[in-house]
Design a protein around this ligand. Structure first.
Ligand SMILES: Cc1ncc(COP(=O)(O)O)c(C=O)c1O
Length: 378
């Protein structure tokens, strides 16, 4: 008997692959044909399971995928993914042979890195396609505009390094004020023009993340890089009505204990919640070790029998208490939805993120490996 397939604990993350298909179709509707979509599937597809998500996306015609690390790329290629896999985090290694062996495309982000990779290609007489990242204001990875001269001479003098694309990353596209993004767009266009003037032209330039795609900032570039929107979350509240995205992940559990407490009873560590009336308190087998943030203590709610019921007291490592006094029909074994829909009710990851003072990205990535992913719509 394989212990891996046994699951006693009713806490799971359902991954709806039809919702993923819907979201990618929404993106495809916006992106004119002839331009490509690099689906960002790093960090295990933002916690949704990279292998299943990539297979589903391949089925929808997506051919380009972005991961953060060489390991993530090798795992996808080893699992039989045929599309182009871009390693966004750069070389991150001295064993460059893996990029060739696993047919991965590095995103190079420093002049020295370009030099090192080009030299290695020359030494081993191999050729490899790569994209190069420019820093237009993100303040993270990328070559500064002031280093363009060095870059140009490297690219022109190393024929085995096939530079297929230039990219840059937006720092503030998910805000109300779009002027910081606008400045990045202008600089990126200008850099493309300068590079072309100096004799370096590439077929693909890309800048747009989810927020920019929703805002229709495609600007004639040949590729877009959606991440969070694939998984059904909106980068900014103002974008909720601009595109129809369906949440892919549903996080759910079941009531394992239900007790009546007298008024004045403390609940959970620290007694930070004290019942103000005779109360019915449910226990859910999910806690911060599963990625349900402790900051949600006394702030968040869950759906039980289609109604919202509040988190009572501190979220524990493996359990969370819920005040179900106003859901008197609640019973042991009832489903509780922590992210997703139940009846008329819905809790989006964005809302959970607000309670936890973070972003939906961190919520998704934080759902730990202890929570089994169950795939629907395979
Ligand atoms: C380089 C790069 N491009 C694209 C994305 C996708 O961004 P989003 O999830 O906001 O669409 C990311 C995500 O962090 C990224 O690092």
């Amino acid at each position: 008997m394989s212990l891996q397939n046994i699951q006693y604990r009713p806490t799971v993350a359902e991954i709806d692959l039809n919702a993923l298909r819907h979201n990618v179709k929404e993106i495809q509707k916006r992106v004119p044909s002839g331009r490509s979509i690099m689906a960002i599937v790093k960090a295990n597809a933002y916690g949704h399971g990279a292998s299943f998500c990539v297979r589903t996306l391949e089925g929808c015609g997506v051919r380009d995928f972005g991961v953060a690390t060489l390991e993530e790329g090798m795992e996808l290629r080893g699992g039989g993914i045929r599309g182009n896999i871009f390693v966004l985090g750069g070389l991150l290694t001295s064993s460059l042979g893996e990029f060739i062996q696993f047919r991965l495309r590095p995103v190079l982000h420093q002049v020295d890195e370009v030099r090192r990779f080009a030299a290695w290609l020359k030494e081993s007489n191999r050729e490899c396609q790569a994209h190069i990242k420019l820093d237009t204001g993100m303040g993270r990875l990328g070559i500064f505009p002031s280093e363009i001269e060095d870059l140009v001479s490297l690219v022109k003098n190393n024929q085995l390094l096939k530079v297929e694309g230039f990219l840059t990353h937006l720092a503030r596209a998910d805000e109300e004020d779009l002027s910081p993004s606008e400045r990045q767009f202008i600089l990126f266009r200008e850099l493309r023009r300068i590079l072309a003037e100096k004799g370096v032209t590439v077929p693909i330039c890309h800048i747009a993340n989810s927020a920019a795609i929703i805002d229709n900032r495609l600007d004639g570039f040949e590729m877009v890089r959606p991440g969070i929107m694939l998984y059904g979350a909106y980068p900014h509240e103002r974008q909720r009505t601009m595109i129809d995205l369906k949440p892919v992940m549903k996080l759910k559990s079941r009531i394992i204990s239900l007790k009546r407490f007298k008024s004045g009873s403390p609940i959970s560590y620290g007694g930070t919640f004290v019942t103000g009336r005779e109360s019915l308190i449910a226990v859910l087998p999910i806690g911060y070790a599963d990625g349900y943030p402790r900051l949600i203590s006394n702030k968040g709610s869950v759906l039980i029998r289609g109604k919202r019921a509040a988190v009572a007291g501190r979220v524990c490592m493996d359990m969370t208490m819920i005040d179900v006094t106003d859901v008197p029909e609640a019973a042991v074994g009832d489903e509780a939805v922590l992210i997703g829909s139940q009846g008329e009710g819905q809790i989006r990851a964005e809302e959970l993120a607000q309670w936890a003072e973070t972003i939906s990205y961190e919520i998704f990535c934080g759902i730990s490996s202890r929570v089994p992913r169950i795939y629907l719509g395979m």
